[in-house]
Design a protein around this ligand. Structure first.
Ligand code: FAD
Length: 489
């Protein structure tokens, strides 16, 4: 059987690998000249920058992917656990470092709020249950039938999973100290929405980030992409780079071919792992798309972001590998992303310094920095705005580090909404897809099947199970299984 996949991000590679494993012929089309989608890497002036993901959480999902192909992550990259996993910088330079040693985490909690270590144990026990339940019973479901979520096991655990309670209230039930609350609320920001709007079920993210630990693949996230691409190639997957699909030709409810500007390729079955909205509204004719423009406009997207890839000609002492600058009011910034949708006045930002761990990403005695400011999708994006924000955050970092940094910068590339749209056909320039709010979870996400076309399917961060690298890998697995089952019926 022949399958065609659009997109070489984590979900496209995962889909292709699982299809090829069953002996199928698989062709993957990618508009860019490199594999990896939002997780691509680039090298310039001696620096190596991961363009997107930098937090390696839920390591068991990566392990499972490689194991399904009789491999191990070690066959492709060295994975190390970071210690501290990350640090959070609060106002007045108050800094909280999260140790990789669980007993030290318990002691840290106790030092902020007497009695909280016991509470953390019970918080994490619940979170671990949700993580295991989620990974084993929920995230590998295709989200096409209500039967999937109406099993007696799910119904009997619905209160334990705390689907209907807000994560913010859940955390507040256990902890009072604002620093501990900020630490526990941070992991759900990965789900693309505010803690108050996130179901308490997602304390599973805190379990992953705080209890399981934060890892780093030496050489960068692109090593994971390289490993997955190698598995595909070893299984005979054919990659067609620089091949942007401009048209999907449909006859009698079936995709028969896809077209680039210069070529047409016959198709038996098509899986689109490019941004869902792009395929649905920009490529398919209106009468064959799954959802209206109004539907898309009402979706809560995860934030977009303003990114700076920076090379500094000196070492910076006070930074760790992952640094969260929460030195301004988090609720004000969250509100500017999700409610008022404006450029943040006093942004929180994230600074990643992988050269603290990995000498291969920067020349000797220099530092590789990745800055990220989360912003609302669809914002105006100009060079002048980017510059203003760079000077805001670099000054704050200099103040915290007590070192001059700006004048030692020898490389600086910015990346924002216009680049997401140009490079990935991203809807409103979103970075991480669709937020995991309650009304956008599981069966309520855009469906993996096209309702008008029998052989067209969707994978990736805008469908089940959601945004992030592990969910995108799972998405590819889910869709590959689904299309193969459909074929065999
Ligand atoms: C800045 C940033 C930081 C992030 N940080 C983290 C993190 O720390 N940890 C984490 O787990 N996740 C993180 N994420 C999220 C994670 O990277 C994504 O959820 C995941 O990579 C999405 O994979 P995907 O396959 O769904 O989409 P993509 O990676 O976007 O892949 C889709 C592919 O389709 C291609 N395409 C689009 N249109 C066409 C067309 N018409 N024809 C051919 N090809 C087309 C695109 O070029 C792209 O290569 C981050 C994302 C970003 C952007």
């Amino acid at each position: 059987m022949k399958y065609t996949v659009i997109g070489t991000g984590f979900s496209g590679l995962s889909t292709a690998a699982y299809l090829a494993k069953e002996g199928h012929e698989v062709h993957v089309f990618e508009k860019n000249d490199t594999i990896g989608g939002r997780a691509r890497q680039f090298k310039d002036k001696g620096y190596t920058f991961d363009m997107g993901p930098s937090w390696y959480w839920m390591p068991d999902v990566f392990d499972k992917f490689f194991k399904d192909f009789d491999k191990n992550p070690k066959d492709y990259y060295d994975l190390i656990e970071l210690n501290p996993g990350f640090q959070i910088i609060f106002p007045e330079a108050h800094t909280l470092k999260l140790s990789s040693n669980w007993n030290e985490v318990l002691a840290l909690f106790e030092s902020y709020e007497p009695g909280s270590s016991k509470k953390l144990l019970s918080f994490m026990e619940e979170a671990e249950f949700k993580y295991n339940f989620g990974i084993n019973k929920l995230v590998y479901e295709p989200g096409v039938s209500l039967k999937e979520v109406c099993t007696s096991e799910i119904i009997s655990n619905v209160f334990r999973l705390q689907i209907f309670k807000s994560y913010r209230k859940h955390v507040a039930k256990y902890f009072k100290n604002p620093f501990l609350i900020a630490l526990l609320e941070f992991p759900v920001l990965f789900l693309g929405t505010a803690p108050a709007k996130t179901p308490a079920m997602y304390s599973l993210m805190a379990y992953s980030g705080i209890k399981q630990g934060t890892f780093y693949p030496m050489g960068g996230f692109a090593k994971v992409i390289d490993g997955m691409a190698q598995i595909c190639k070893d299984l005979g997957v054919k990659f067609h780079l620089n091949s942007e699909i401009k048209e999907i030709v449909v006859e009698n409810k079936k995709v028969v071919s896809i077209k680039t500007d210069s070529k047409e390729y016959k198709v038996d079955s098509l899986i689109c792992s490019a941004d869902y909205h792009h395929i649905d509204k920009e490529i398919l004719p209106a009468h064959l798309s799954n959802y209206s423009e109004k539907y898309w406009d009402k979706r809560v997207l995860s934030p977009s972001c303003l990114i700076f890839y920076v090379g500094v000609n000196k070492k910076i002492d006070k930074l760790e590998h992952h640094n969260l600058f929460f030195d301004e009011d988090i609720d004000v910034h969250t509100n500017e992303i999700y409610s008022t949708k404006q450029w943040p006045k006093k942004p929180l930002f994230y600074a990643c310094c992988p050269s603290k761990t990995d000498p291969s990403v920067a020349p000797e005695d220099k530092e590789n920095l990745f800055f990220l400011i989360p912003i609302a999708p669809g914002m105006e994006d100009t060079d002048a705005i980017r510059k203003t924000y760079f000077s805001k955050i670099i000054k704050r970092m200099e103040r915290y580090c007590g070192q001059e940094i700006e004048k030692y910068i020898e490389y600086n590339r910015s990346y924002c909404i216009n680049d997401f749209i140009k490079d990935y056909n991203s809807y409103k320039g979103n970075a991480y897809g669709l937020a995991n709010t309650l009304s956008q979870t599981a069966n309520l996400k855009p469906k993996i099947v096209n309702k008008h076309i029998d052989n067209l399917f969707y994978a990736g961060q805008l469908t089940v199970p959601g945004p992030g690298v592990p969910p995108s890998i799972i998405s590819g697995n889910v869709v590959a299984n689904y299309v193969m089952n459909q074929r065999s019926k």
